[in-house]
Ligand binder design. Sequence first.
Ligand code: DUT
Ligand code: MG
Length: 588
Amino acid sequence: MKTSKMKWLWENMKGYHVIYIIAIFGAILYNVLQITIPYVTQHLIDLFLSGKHAAENLATRRDLFFGLILAMVGLTFFRTFIVYLDCMAFEKVSQATLYKIRNYLYDKIQRQDMKFYSTYRTGDLMTRLTGDLDAVRHMIAWVVRSVVESLALASSTMIYFFFMNWKLALCMLIIAPLIFLIIVLFKNNVAPKHRLLREKLAVLNTAAQENISGNRVVKAFAREPYEIEKFNTCNKDYAQTNKETALTWLNYFPFVETLANLMPVVLLAVGGLFLIHDEISMGQYAAFSGLIWAVANPMRNLGNIMNEFQRFNAASAKVMELYYSEPEIVDAPDAIEITGRLQGKIEFRNVSFGYEDSDIPVLHNISFTANPGETIAIMGETGCGKTSLIHLIPRFYEPTEGEILIDDVDIRKYKKHELRKSIGLATQDVLLYSDTIDGNIAYGNASLSLEDVRKYAKYSAADDFISKMPEGYDTIVGERGVGLSGGQKQRISLARALAVKPSILILDDTTSAVDLETEKIIQNELNCLDFACTKLIIAQRISSTRNADKILVLQDGHIIEAGTHEELIARGGYYHDVVMLQTGEEGH
Ligand code: DUT
Ligand code: MG
């Protein structure tokens, strides 16, 4: 990755840099203020309790006595006030940054190619948008703050110690390099565990996501116990890894704790000697003793901080991968605008294509032309490449060879977004959104009036069944169209494709689940649409292909036959056989 993680984070905090820096200074300030109390206490003791002139001072310098006590109370209040403001500032900056990155990532995901979606598991993407981003937020709100706090507290205390008595301070500092060594060893040990933990979380999320969205298959095969067991295994695995990661610190903790606890011992031994030899005053000894936690606690806290830092490391690597991912299919720098409607002429010139993840080519040397307004039917056995062929037109994938022209212009020269807006596509697996039927049909054209929505529903022979539903067009269909039959879903998807008034209409097996009668109605309707469009129709039924201007028969990615219904029957090849099979007679 080009940018370092912290730099990336800093760049994304744009707009909040000043407030963040102020918050950091605030954290330094309220930690430095912590040592003022022992400082005042030291003076109180030396002046009024145990010093040589204590009794005398108490009698003559009462003002100072009360002044010092008031200062202690005042400083405590002041400190609380700063801590309060600081908490708000850290929270505000971290939430704002989280919001910004999450939006940016979502935008990125939306603009990705088809290939991206077949590479990343949904559960993994969801983990990046939720858990991983939270670790990133935690870095801004907690880790940085803890580091600053610990550093400010420990170093200001050490400075104070040095001022009081540098020899004693140095004795106490002798353990610092050891602590540092332990933390480095711990970091090296725990970093891979955090990466593993993050991977396990993605696996867990993927398992849950796939099962929830695939619940119907699970139920159909009565595989609930198996799926519950499978999830349980993932869950156990995740919990186990979590435990191991958390327990790693326990291997190092006793050493750190012992070292931290050594400090009071050093103070007692060395400080005691110094006190006897009058090297330090009683007040100074009290200050050392009262502040020793301010050096020991940050040491104890280091493990926690390092843990969170490694969690951030593992999570931010995943987030940044997404952040910097770029779609491969992009607009040419000089891409042309589509002004007005396209005519809808489609021409394939020697197009070959294969998916990147497999070596086997899917389409070979495909050439054909569809003139504006024509209907082209594509037929062929399952897996021969029909869907792959039509997915090349909206540039879901790029051909490996050859070119595709629309209105005699290479599709790579159009702006991708505009090209796609000119195409109405009803995909093979229908996906409807959890929205009203009205909303689903108007998906590509949100400004559509209900009247128009009905018009397109009539074209796709869907108006009847929609009107019969209790809430008509306002019926909410569930995720993936739960509550509708396969044929009903297909018809809504067809209406959705028509509703953008495309110049090119592509139907991928769109009437495969509707009965012959309804299919006929749809065909008639498609012949008298109130806008001109070229139609590419993938179909297995002769009833759908019969009236096409041209029929293409695909086999293993090659066009083996092309012509009209009559021409192909006369040819006596594959199409002829299919006709025979479906009608039981020759040519009718
Ligand atoms: N294929 C892939 N990756 C994909 C999609 C398909 O490798 O993401 C392969 C599977 C198949 C070939 O490409 O061997 C053609 O698939 P396509 O979906 O184009 O076939 P189809 O003609 O649309 O088949 P069906 O009638 O079953 O929809
Ligand atoms: Mg297909």
